[in-house]
Design a protein around this ligand. Structure first.
Ligand code: C2E
Ligand code: MG
Ligand code: MG
Length: 961
């Protein structure tokens, strides 16, 4: 029962609960008020009693005073006295039984005070009696009696005072007790109040605040999406109802959310599948609505047509893309037509169609389309495959079959083991084997045996690794003849990766290969000597260097240049020159070992590669052998010729690290051998590079010298032997080098000849000499001539033009006879027409020609006859020794006699003493030149020479030269 009540109380509505609490509070406040009121009343009653007792005390005293006044005759106010007596007694009665006295409402005193009260009454009665006796005896008794009476009165008054004081004390004690009691009761009330308030608070808190807080927490959890939680609140009040509603809502929302989540996942999965499908790189995916507008296209489809997906979806319709023939009445309409639009079924269609790419080209498409409903309207979803390539491939397969049968290229199909499965007609045409003869046979049937096992191993390795091989191969036809085929092998695989078959396609390239070999031979071999040429030499040297690196040995390179080969060529003709080169090549080949190499670099330059060089001795032996072999006489048809060779030796890796460097250094060494007098070999040394560098520097300076005209002409007199009269002068160039001082022509003329600078230098010399000739002819008469040296390189240069020189000479007022051109035999050995023409031009213009350094070259009489030579100049080599060497004297005499017989004059060079002069004069020599008469001297000295005579100048010239 109480539980049920309790439950009913709990189930009460919040408003009721709050009202109950409110009413409870109000009641509590009222009770408190009543209680306090009562306590105050109680306290007031006690206080009033004390006040009345206090007043009675004072009244007793007052009565004594009044009685004394009356008895003393000081007052006769009996009435007031009587009044006070009544008041005292009335007050006493009020104290005893309750009532109002002195305006104070007094409750009857408790029995505790009865003794004090009785004592007061007794004292009062005596006191009253005393007063009355006094009053009645006023005026009737003697003063002493009066005094006695008064004393008795005082005693009675004191006794009354004492008793009233007792009573007051008693009452005060009672008041204090009442106060204590009230204080106690007030504390109790406070405690009770507090307990009630706490209980009310706890009840409120338990019933309202805590559930509300829990609810608030719960709502926050819900807001966070935690719908699985529940809240407990049993009472059926509003919070209970709210709790239940929230629990239900949360359960429903939870279910809803999980349903949504589930649907969302489903949707995500579906859209991911669709996206995955749409993002594929092969298939175009589209959705088209009833108006044939694209609602969706994937990038592949857009890419197929050359558009961006957005662009295609927003701007294009199906008719824009499909070729009309297909669209009108075509398959698209049939598949998406009326039926499709009305039906919601999932009818699908599959067909091929043609469409137009953005660039105007056509695509072949294979389309799979299904009807669907999109946004409540019929639509088509489909995929499109670009089958253009497949179509082409099909066409190409058809064509390939045709080609296979009709091509001129042989096709052979083998199984993985190389057994022939099929061939085409061209195979038969090339190999001679008919289909029935080869099908079932191994393809090695065609093998010629020309390729070694390593070749076939490499081919199989390639086939196994890549499935492909291509290259040229020599095979054998049915008739046994070999042929070259250019073969490409490809492999067709099964789906599991195993080989299905191999297809070989080849053409007959026999003719081409033979031609290539010839071309290769031509490109790598010298056609004249059949030796490897420069190209092959480079490759071979490179290879030899690599091998040397691997084997850690060295190799030697010998650069060989024939000495004076030009002369053979010039004198005996090119055919003989070629023949000589062929014989040289043979001799060189015989002079080396089998694994060494001889190559011809061109002209008369050869190069030898000596492999596996262990020591220098071996290289030197080869050099000696080569020099000896080359120097042997050559039979050239009816002539016997001799040449020598200059060799330059370099070693790898000692002298150079690459082909170019090695060759350059060998070349330098060869030049050094030539400089040293030919027919010998020289090892390369870094010094040679320095010399070459110096040569290059000198060349630079020489170029500058030409530009700045740093040259000066010296003149050496040529005297008539018989009279010692100066009849000619030879112009000899000098170079005033800014740093080196005077440079002799022997030091720079060869360089000028090599570099071609001799042409401008020679031209300058000629013009300077002509100017001097014009000047000096005035002193020395019209016969005076100046000899000018013309190098072969200069003479043969296109820039030397006799006509221009003659014009210049004429412009100076002279004829051609004023100059003599000194050439050497090297010029005459040139059989070129141009040389002849120039010599004839000089002759026609009266310019005389002297053959310089006669006796050192070929000294061929034939030349002297053939070209109109005017002088020979016997080289100082012969003149130098005529006083001591009878042979040289005899030679000079013979040369003079021979020249005279041919109608030529003779100049002897290098005459340095009187004996030589005398011997030459005896031999009938016409002119002489040499230090005996004068050294070459500058213009001023030469003029002095002409004025003062030879002897004076001769001394002077010593210092000048
Ligand atoms: P070359 O034409 O045979 O000139 C004669 C050389 O013999 C001159 O040497 C001359 O000084 C020297 N000589 C003359 N008499 C004597 C002698 O008694 N004893 C000795 N030991 N030598 C004597 P140079 O002037 O040094 O000229 C050397 C060569 O340079 C010339 O030989 C010539 O071939 C060439 N040369 C000089 N000037 C020119 C030039 O303007 N053009 C060309 N192309 N070559 C020149
Ligand atoms: Mg000369
Ligand atoms: Mg000379």
């Amino acid at each position: 029962m109480p539980t049920r009540l309790w439950r009913a109380a709990l189930d009460m509505g919040l408003r009721k609960k709050v009202a109950i609490v409110f009413i409870g509070m109000l009641t509590l406040a009222a009770l408190n008020l009543g209680l306090l009121h009562r306590m105050l009343q109680e306290f007031n009653g006690v206080a009033a009693t004390a006040t009345v007792a206090g007043k009675m005390r004072m009244l007793g005293q007052k009565l004594a005073y009044e009685t004394l006044s009356v008895s003393s005759g000081l007052s006769d106010d009996y009435e007031a006295l009587e009044h006070d007596l009544i008041d005292f007694e009335a007050a006493y009665l009020v104290l005893r039984s309750g009532g109002t006295a002195f305006n104070e409402v007094v409750h009857p005193l408790a029995a505790d005070h009865d003794v004090a009260l009785g004592a007061v009454w007794l004292a009062w009665r005596q006191y009253r009696n005393q007063i009355r006796s006094i009053l009645t005896s006023v005026g009737q008794v003697s003063p002493s009696v009066v005094v006695e009476q008064q004393k008795t009165l005082a005693t009675a008054s004191a006794a009354l005072l004492e008793q009233t004081d007792h009573l007051i004390q008693d009452l005060l004690g009672a008041t204090q007790a009442t106060q204590q009691d009230m204080l106690g009761r007030m504390y109790t009330l406070l405690v009770v109040n507090s307990l009630i308030l706490i209980a009310a608070y706890l009840a409120m808190s338990a019933q309202i605040v805590t559930p509300l807080q829990r609810l608030a927490r719960y709502c926050r959890e819900l807001a966070k999406g935690r719908y699985g939680q529940r809240i407990q609140h049993k009472p059926q009040d509003e919070i209970g109802q709210l709790t239940r509603a929230l629990n239900e809502s949360s359960a429903q929302i939870g279910e809803l959310m999980s349903a949504i989540e589930h649907e969302r996942k489903e949707l995500y999965r579906t859209s991911a599948m669709f996206r995955g499908l749409a993002r594929n790189a092969v298939t175009g995916v589209f959705v088209v609505d009833g108006d044939m507008r694209f609602r969706y296209v994937n990038s592949k489809l857009a890419q197929m047509f050359g558009y961006q997906p957005d662009e295609m979806a927003s701007n294009l319709t199906v008719p824009d893309l499909l070729v009309e023939a297909d669209l009108n009445g075509g398959r698209w309409q049939r598949s998406t037509g009326e039926d499709g639009q009305r039906s919601n079924g999932s009818a699908t269609s599959h067909y091929e169609t043609r469409a137009r790419h953005r660039d105007g080209s056509f695509l072949d498409l294979e389309i799979f389309a299904s009807r669907m409903v999109l946004d409540g309207a019929p639509a088509i979803i489909g995929i499109a495959l670009n089958v253009t390539e497949r179509k082409k491939a099909e066409a190409s397969i058809r064509r390939a079959a045709l080609v296979y049968a009709n091509t001129s290229e042989a096709v052979v199909v083998t199984d993985p083991n190389g057994i022939v499965v099929d061939i085409n007609p061209a195979f038969t045409a090339i190999t001679g084997y008919a289909a029935q003869e080869v099908i079932g046979q191994p393809i090695s049937l065609l093998s010629s045996g020309r390729q070694d096992a390593a070749f076939y191993q490499a081919m199989w390795r390639s086939l196994l690794e890549t499935g492909k091989w291509s290259g040229d191969i020599w095979n054998r036809r049915k008739d046994g003849t070999e042929y070259a085929e250019r073969l490409t092998i490809d492999t067709s695989y099964n789906e599991d990766g195993t080989v299905n078959c191999r297809i070989g396609v080849f053409s007959d390239v026999t003719a081409e290969r033979l031609k290539e070999e010839t071309v290769w031979h031509q490109a790598n071999f010298d056609h004249l000597t059949a030796l490897p040429n420069r190209q092959m030499f480079h490759d071979e040297l490179q290879r030899a260097m690599e091998q040397a690196d691997k084997a850690d040995h060295s190799l030697a390179l010998i650069y060989l240049d024939l000495d004076l080969f030009k002369e053979v060529n010039d004198s005996l003709g090119h055919d003989m020159g070629d023949e000589l080169l062929k014989q040289v090549a043979k001799r060189l080949q015989q002079a080396i070992r089998g694994d060494d190499l001889v190559a011809r670099l061109g002209g008369d330059e050869f190069v030898l590669i000596l492999n596996h060089v262990k020591d220098l001795k071996h290289v030197e032996e080869v050099c000696h052998r080569v020099l000896k072999a080359v120097a042997e006489p050559y039979m050239l048809r009816h002539n016997v010729a001799t040449v020598s060779a200059s060799l330059g030796v370099t070693q790898y890796p000692h002298d150079g690290s690459n082909v170019v460097e090695l060759l350059q250094n060998a070349d330098l060494a060869m030049y050094s051998a030539k400089d040293a007098g030919r027919n010998q070999y020289r090892h390369f040394s870094p010094l040679m590079q320095q010399e070459a560098q110096e040569r290059r520097e000198l060349l630079r300076h020489l170029m500058r010298a030409v530009e700045h005209e740093e040259f000066e002409l010296y003149f050496q007199p040529i005297v008539e032997l018989s009279t010692r009269k100066i009849s000619k002068a030879e112009a000899l160039i000098r170079w005033h080098h800014p740093e080196r001082g005077l440079v002799s022509p022997a030091d720079f003329i060869p360089l000028a000849e090599d570099s071609g600078l001799i042409v401008p230098i020679g031209d300058w010399v000629f013009r300077q000499a002509a100017v001097q000739a014009a000047k000096w002819r005035r002193y020395l008469g019209r016969d005076f001539q100046i000899s000018v040296n013309v190098s072969p390189e200069q003479f043969m240069s296109e820039e030397l033009e006799p006509a221009s020189w003659l014009a210049y000479v004429n412009s100076l007022g002279m004829s051609g006879a004023a100059v003599v051109v000194e050439i050497t035999e090297r010029v005459l050995m040139k059989v070129e027409d141009d040389v002849k023409r120039k010599l004839l031009s000089f002759r026609d213009a009266g310019v005389q020609v002297a053959l310089d350094d006669f006796g050192t070259g070929y000294s061929s009489l034939a030349y002297l006859k053939r070209f109109d030579i005017d002088f020979i100049k016997i080289d100082q080599l012969f003149v130098r020794n005529i006083t001591t060497d009878a042979d040289d004297l005899a030679l000079c005499q013979a040369m003079i006699a021979m020249a005279h017989r041919l109608g030529l004059k003779v100049v002897a060079e290098g005459v340095s003493d009187e004996t030589q002069h005398a011997l030459l004069a005896q031999a009938g020599c016409d002119y002489a030149q040499g230090f005996l008469y004068s050294r070459p001297v500058p213009v001023a000295a030469f003029e002095q020479l002409m004025e003062q005579g030879l002897s004076a100048a001769s001394q002077h010239s010593v210092t000048l030269n």
